[in-house]
Design a binder for this molecule. Structure first.
Ligand SMILES: Cc1cc2nc3c(=O)[nH]c(=O)nc-3n(C[C@H](O)[C@H](O)[C@H](O)COP(=O)(O)OP(=O)(O)OC[C@H]3O[C@@H](n4cnc5c(N)ncnc54)[C@H](O)[C@@H]3O)c2cc1C
Length: 370
C-alpha cells in the first residue's frame, strides 16, 4: 500500500516537496496538497509591478499538483491530532495521514505605523503612488525599510534600485535611503555580497543606514531604534512575518515551528515542516525548497527508496533586479564552507530560470510557463 503524505500548504515548499517525492519514491507515495487557494502565486516578480517592469504570475494549483504527481484538495488545515495521525480542516473534516508536511507559510503583518507597506502581491498601488508624487514634485525624500533582520531583505533593495532606475529614465530625482536593522546591506549572504551591494548602492546614489530599526513614521519623520528621528516625505516598509499556526503543531511565540536537521518537527513523529513557517531565521523561497527536499528524502529513506537522507545545509541563492541587469548572489549560511559569498553577473548555479532557485521547482515552473 502507498504511504499517504498530506502537505498542508500550496506554495513553494509544498510544490517542491511533491516534486521531490515523485522523483525519490515513485509509486510509493500518495500525495495530497491541501491548500485553500486555487492558485499558486509567484511573488518575487511583485517588486517590478509598481515600476511596470514585471507582473505577478499565478498558476492553477490543481494543474500544477497533477503535473507534480499529486492532487490538490481545496481546504485549509486547522488542527492535527498527532496520536491518531489525523488532520482536521476548518470545515471540520478529518483527513488521515501517514506523514504530514507542514508548510502554510507566514502571515504578513503591518510593520511600521504610518508607513506604506509593500505586501508583495499584484496590486502595489502605494509604491506606484510614491513614484507619481516624486514625478509631480511633492515628494523628495523616500525611505525603504524593514522591521527585522528576519524579513527577506532582497525586495527592499530591489524596490530602491528599481526606483532609481525609473527616476533616471524619466529624468526625475529624489533622495532614496535604505533604513535597515542589518549591519551591512544583504549581510545574510556574507561579506562578499555585502561589499558588492554597498558599492552598487553608492553608484546608484542610494544612501544606506544600517543597524537601524524603524518604529513609526509620523509628522514627516521616521522614529528609529537606536533612538533617532530621520526626516522623510514617504516611508515604504516590507511587512513583518509571523508563522501560520496549525493547532497541535508546536510553535514558538511568533508561530514558527522548530525542526531538526531532517526538518522533522521537534517532538512530533511523522510530522515535518518546511518553508517560511519554520523557525529558521531566513525566510526565502530557495531555502523553502531545500527544506522540502530534505523532508522528501527523510520520507523516502523511511520507505527504503533512499539510502541515506541528506540534512539541511542551507545555501542562499538570490537574483537581484537592479534596473540595469540582474546580479546573482550566493552564500552558504552554515559554517564549514569558508567565506564563499559571491555577487556575479551570470548565475553560478546554471541557467537563470526565475527568482526562486530550487532543485525541482525552478525547472518545473519554467517548463509549465513554456
Ligand atoms: C515580494 C517578495 C519577493 C520575494 N522574492 C524572493 C526571491 O527573489 N527569491 C526567493 O527565493 N524568495 C523570495 N521571496 C520569499 C518567498 O516567496 C517565500 O519564502 C516562499 O514563498 C515561502 O514558501 P512557503 O511554501 O513556506 O510559503 P508560501 O509560498 O507562502 O505558501 C504557503 C501556502 O500555504 C497555504 N496555507 C496557508 N494556511 C494554510 C493552512 N492552514 N492549511 C493549508 N494551507 C495553508 C497558502 O494559501 C499558501 O498556498 C519573496 C517574497 C516576497 C513577499
Amino acid at each position: 500500500m502507498k504511504e499517504s503524505v498530506l502537505i498542508a500548504g500550496g506554495g513553494v515548499a509544498a510544490l517542491e516537496a511533491a516534486l521531490a517525492l515523485a522523483d525519490l519514491a515513485p509509486g510509493e507515495v500518495d500525495v495530497t496538497i491541501c491548500s485553500p487557494r486555487p492558485n499558486f502565486v509567484y511573488r518575487p516578480y511583485a517588486v517590478g509591478v509598481p515600476y511596470g517592469v514585471s507582473r505577478v504570475v499565478t498558476y492553477d494549483l490543481g494543474r500544477l499538483a497533477a503535473a507534480a504527481g499529486a492532487r490538490h484538495r481545496p481546504d485549509s488545515i486547522a488542527s492535527i491530532d498527532r496520536e491518531s495521525r489525523l488532520a482536521v480542516t476548518h470545515d471540520g473534516e478529518s483527513i488521515p495521514y501517514g506523514d504530514l508536511i507542514v508548510c502554510p507559510g507566514a502571515k504578513l503583518l503591518w510593520p511600521v505605523p504610518g508607513a506604506s507597506t509593500f505586501w508583495g502581491i499584484a496590486d502595489e498601488r502605494d509604491v506606484g503612488k510614491v513614484m507619481a508624487e516624486i514625478r509631480e514634485g511633492g515628494t523628495r525624500r523616500v525611505a525603504f525599510t524593514m522591521p527585522s533582520v528576519e524579513s527577506w531583505a532582497l525586495p527592499l533593495y530591489e524596490l530602491a534600485l528599481l526606483a532609481r532606475a525609473e527616476l533616471d529614465r524619466t529624468g526625475d530625482d529624489a533622495e532614496l535611503t535604505i533604513v535597515t536593522p542589518e549591519d551591512a546591506p544583504l549581510q545574510v549572504f556574507g561579506r562578499g555580497v555585502a561589499e558588492g551591494m554597498a558599492e552598487l548602492l553608492a553608484e546608484r546614489r542610494i544612501e544606506v543606514r544600517t543597524g537601524t530599526h524603524p518604529v513609526r513614521f509620523e509628522h514627516g519623520a521616521l522614529e528609529t531604534v537606536p533612538a533617532g528621528s530621520i526626516p522623510f516625505d514617504r516611508v515604504i516598509s516590507l511587512p513583518k512575518l509571523e508563522g501560520r499556526r496549525i493547532r497541535g503543531v508546536p510553535h514558538d511565540v511568533e508561530g514558527f515551528v522548530r525542526i531538526d536537521s531532517h526538518c522533522k518537527v521537534l517532538g512530533c513523529d511523522h510530522v515535518y515542516a518546511a518553508g517560511d513557517v519554520t523557525s529558521f531565521p531566513v525566510k526565502q523561497g530557495g531555502l523553502a525548497t531545500q527544506q522540502a527536499d530534505v523532508v522528501a528524502e527523510a520520507i523516502a529513506a523511511r520507505l527504503g527508496a533512499v539510502a541515506t537522507p541528506g540534512e539541511f545545509d542551507p545555501i542562499l541563492r538570490g537574483v537581484l533586479w537592479t534596473g540595469a541587469g540582474p546580479r546573482y548572489l550566493e552564500g552558504w549560511l552554515a559554517g564549514g564552507h569558508g567565506e564563499a559569498a559571491t555577487m556575479t553577473t551570470a548565475p553560478p548555479w546554471g541557467a537563470d530560470q526565475g527568482k526562486i532557485v530550487g532543485r525541482y521547482l525552478t525547472e518545473f515552473l519554467a517548463g509549465v510557463a513554456a
